[in-house]
Design a binder for this molecule. Structure first.
Ligand SMILES: C[S@@+](CC[C@H](N)C(=O)[O-])C[C@H]1O[C@@H](n2cnc3c(N)ncnc32)[C@H](O)[C@@H]1O
Length: 408
């Protein structure tokens, strides 16, 4: 079966996450900053995948491919349910990054102009239909969901366009946008001081670890428990969190209990420990953890007007803290264990300052693992740094995150 994935804001992380979950028995057909197309041997449970992925906005199947689609080709894929009005909408994505924008826009306009002809074709067969449009370039997940396009009488048709062909797909699932922001904003304990990891990024980081549901996950900078909470929702049962601050641990506990009640989870085996990460080896048994997944302490909040000296000091302190942490991870990780971690990247004048600790981390015994397979390295919109990481940033953040997977 051929599937398309419409990618979120960061195509590198979104693609890496999909590859990590689906690389077995999957052939990747195309990728662009907007979408990824793949062929799988087995049918996928798209709802399960959608609930699991943090960086994908829509998932659907490819129904057909045309040199130049005609109104009949499109009308044929709009469902008709006896006694019900049909709903259809269009979204257009470039699947070939090299396709000139002008050509893409021409093809898009041509298809949009067919909407009335399509309604007429449906009317001729006795089916009334409504064309759902929006002011945006494409229909958002919210518009798709709220306008019945995911019901049996509706279809969001996706046109994935390259130089030669137009692939026609139908959306089957969209990101659970309401649920994600509900979890982000409604949890009982929130604090801007601790810094809240967006649940979407937490999901991506968990998926990058690519571990079984029976695996033991540790977040040694637990904070308010976003990573452990998202892992619990994905079905992970063996969860350990530690933090230096007992008040923060109490907040994380409250958040996890709220999550467990709200989503009816069986959260029996989570374990929260008070510990400085630098002494974690004394608190947890050796080789007991499959994956460390964490956004560590990122330093004091930045205002943007810090002097070079101040930034240098923070970089030194964090470097020492993380290296001490990696020495502890080495003790408690099982062989083959992984670390998915977000390091801060500071911005100074016109340059980005990365923590200079990769050589030291290698000496401790960890290697940065590839975020994407070799076949993806030719696409220059997929941005992997020379040290094997990728950058995650949001306009509202002063400090960017550098995401790594380490193995030992
Ligand atoms: C950035 S927050 C983690 C946020 C978390 N990922 C979330 O979204 O809820 C960092 C946490 O690290 C903890 N911390 C700072 N220094 C620490 C240390 N040396 N050992 C363990 N935890 C530490 C802080 O108490 C804080 O809760």
């Amino acid at each position: 079966m051929k599937y398309f994935f419409i990618l979120g804001q960061n195509p590198t992380l979104s693609s890496a996450e999909i590859v990590s979950l689906l690389s077995d028995k999957t052939k990747f057909l195309a990728v662009s900053p907007e979408a990824l197309l793949l062929l799988t041997e087995k049918d996928q449970d798209v709802f399960d995948l959608m609930a699991r992925l943090g960086g994908t906005i829509k998932i659907g199947t490819i129904l057909n491919a045309f040199d130049d689609p005609r109104p009949e080709d499109i009308a044929e894929n709009i469902p008709r349910v006896h006694g019900k009005k049909s709903y259809f909408g269009f979204s257009f994505y470039k699947i070939d990054d090299k396709l000139p924008l002008k050509n893409f826009q021409n093809k898009t306009q041509k298809i949009k102009k067919m909407a009335m002809a399509i309604k007429d074709i449906l009317a001729d067969t006795g089916a009334a239909a409504r064309w759902v449009t929006s002011k945006e370039k494409n229909l958002s997940s919210v518009v798709v969901e709220k306008n019945k396009l995911l019901t049996e009488a509706g279809a969001e048709l996706i046109f994935l366009i390259d130089e030669k062909k137009t692939y026609l797909g139908r959306t089957l699932a969209v990101q659970e946008f309401e649920n994600l922001s509900f979890r982000d904003y409604s949890r009982p304990v929130r604090s801007m001081k601790v810094g809240l990891l967006p649940p979407k990024l937490a999901k991506i980081m968990i998926n990058l670890a690519n571990i079984d549901k029976s695996a033991t996950i540790l977040d040694p900078f637990l904070g308010l428990g976003t990573i452990l909470g998202e892992a619990a929702l994905m079905g992970y049962q063996n969860l350990t969190g530690s933090d230096i601050n007992p008040e923060i641990i109490a907040g994380a506990k409250q958040n996890l209990e709220w999550l467990s009640k709200t989503y009816n989870l069986k959260l029996e085996t989570y374990n929260l420990i008070e510990s400085d990460v630098r002494h974690l080896g004394n608190k947890l048994p050796p080789r007991s953890v499959d994956a460390v997944i964490t956004e560590p302490y990122l330093g004091p909040p930045m205002q943007g007007n810090e002097t070079d000296e101040m930034i240098k000091k923070v970089v030194e302190e964090l470097s020492a803290l993380y290296l001490a942490a990696f020495r502890e991870f080495k003790k408690i990780l099982k062989s083959g264990g992984k670390i998915v971690i977000a390091f801060p990247v500071f911005h100074r004048k016109n340059e980005n300052l990365f923590l200079p600790i990769i050589d030291e981390i290698k000496k401790i015994g960890f290697q940065a693992a590839d975020l994407l397979p070799k076949e993806f390295t030719d696409f220059n919109f997929l941005k992997i740094t020379k040290r094997g990481s990728t950058i995650y940033s949001r306009p509202d953040q002063k400090v960017m995150r550098e995401i790594f997977i380490f193995r030992h």
